[in-house]
Design a protein around this ligand. Structure first.
Ligand SMILES: [Zn+2]
Length: 476
């Protein structure tokens, strides 16, 4: 018997975790976990207010192997915790996913350690018990987890164990992202199960389009933007250049660009590099002030063969697409502090994208009071974040407890989202003969988008689309 149980990203966009159990005729069982993601944001707390990330819903010791679709924390973030609780199997993923996980999980562990220490201090001050007895995991837990990672290239057919063959195809979502294809055989029945992971874009950016994949009997498909069409995006180079000119040349100010360390920062650098190669970028220094972004950029350079064809062709003329005359990668906190006091025009790219954490807050603290400066928001800022406050036109904000007047110009431009919209997801599923797919499980979406995508899936001829609940088990 082959079963599938949904332990996360069922009705939410975080906590991706799906358990495949293969019960063979001889009585032996193989338990394969697809993704081990962290719950984030509102999905983090269960009904009783408890941290959902501290209880898996299964015994980590009983899991034989883990297959990871990509490095985003909502898909990989609980691997160190799984290992800490006794998982000893192998984590299978692509080489780029492993390398990104090494830096992202360490960064995540530092956040966990910081949050725990912060709560301890506060609890002591308030004379209460701390919320938790230990951090969710630590940097040492990450060090223990990384040796379990083993890699498989896209397109390689790999016999994971008796009755399970694994293949990855490029999902075009982030560097190394994969859709997972399993050929399962319990000795009585053969079942082909595909898991899309997160689906990328069919637009011109660094990564290629999502690849068509082999015919499946069952599909687990993401639905983040199941009810939305992405707006077409204006020529990114021209728009970015316009903002740089306005702030750095005309006003003689600093342009602060808050950006996620992985993905967005590389896209911005790539765009600035193209402008620089064309001799169009004004001669202002560009600072990348984020150690995680610097590590992620190094990894992107190493895996340049994963970029789309047009980008690889550019590499033959310019061997480094993320670096150009005038760019400085800033690792040390001392240098970062020096930049805060700098008065001449420059561009600073720093995390986090929503301006809630990271070095960008120091830059904003110093830059916001001066009308010559500009802040360029390049991505989605969730309600309640500092980024959203600034975009809403706040006259004054609080940073590190200080009241900061907002005189700098707040600007916005959209870079491509990493997730396909509903049309792109349906185009991706177009590689399948719908009549052969017994059931499509829609995960990784809020209930509204999931239900909307279900309609499109059924309209496309797939006989059955299902919205699994957390903890639900289905027999394949
Ligand atoms: Zn993702």
């Amino acid at each position: 018997m082959i079963t599938l149980t949904f332990h996360g990203a069922a009705g939410t966009v975080t906590g991706s975790k799906h358990l495949v159990e293969l019960k063979r005729a001889d009585g032996s069982v193989f338990r394969l976990l697809l993704d081990c993601g962290m719950f984030q944001g509102e999905a983090l707390r269960d009904g009783s207010g408890k941290d959902r990330n501290r209880r898996f819903g299964f015994n980590p010791k009983s899991i034989d192997a883990l297959v990871l679709s990509h490095a985003h924390i909502d898909h990989s973030g609980l691997i160190p915790r799984l290992v800490k609780e006794g998982f000893e199997g192998t984590v299978w993923c692509t080489p780029a996913t492993r390398d990104l996980c090494a830096i992202m999980l360490e960064d995540s562990a530092r956040i966990q350690e910081f949050d725990f220490a912060f709560d301890l201090k506060r609890a002591a001050r308030q004379g209460r018990e701390p919320q938790e007895k230990e951090p969710l995991y630590t940097v040492d837990d990450v060090k223990a987890a990384m040796p379990l990672f083993q890699t498989i290239d896209y397109g390689e057919r790999f016999q994971l164990t008796e009755g399970i063959e694994l293949t990855f195809t490029d999902a075009g979502h982030i560097l190394g992202s994969a859709a997972v294809h399993l050929a399962l055989d319990d000795g009585e029945r053969a079942v082909r199960l595909s898991f899309t992971g997160d689906v990328g874009r069919y637009v011109d950016r660094l990564l290629p389009e999502p690849m068509p994949f082999p015919q499946a009997d069952y599909l687990i498909c993401e639905s983040t933007y199941g009810d939305r069409d992405h707006a077409p995006i204006a020529e990114a180079e021209e728009e970015l250049l316009r903002h740089v000119h306005a702030v750095c040349v005309e006003q003689g100010g600093r342009l602060i660009i808050p950006a996620f360390s992985i993905g967005k920062t590389q896209e911005i650098l790539y765009t600035l590099n193209s402008l620089s190669n064309a001799g169009r970028l004004p001669r202002v220094p560009v600072f990348v002030d984020s150690p995680l972004a610097i590590s992620a950029t190094e990894i992107s350079r190493r895996y340049a063969e994963l970029f789309r064809e047009a980008v690889r062709a550019e590499l033959r003329r310019d061997p480094d697409l993320f670096s150009f005359h005038g760019v400085e990668f800033v690792r040390s906190p001392e240098r970062s502090k020096q930049l805060n006091g700098m008065k001449r025009p420059c561009i600073v790219i720093a995390a986090s994208g929503m301006m809630e954490a990271g070095r960008v807050r120091h830059h904003l603290l110093h830059a916001l009071p001066d009308a010559a400066n500009g802040v360029l928001a390049v991505g989605f800022c969730a309600h309640g974040t500092l980024g959203a406050e600034l975009l809403d036109g706040a006259q004054q904000v609080r940073i590190f407890g200080e009241r900061v007047p907002v005189r700098a110009g707040i600007r916005r431009m959209e870079f491509y989202s990493a997730h396909g919209d509903r049309n792109e997801v349906m185009r991706y599923l177009g590689c399948q003969d719908p009549a052969q797919v017994k059931r499509v499980f829609l995960v990784h979406g809020e209930d509204g988008p999931r239900a909307a995508l279900k309609e499109l899936v059924v309209k496309a001829g797939f006989p059955d689309a299902h919205l699994p609940k957390r903890g639900e088990t289905c027999v394949l």
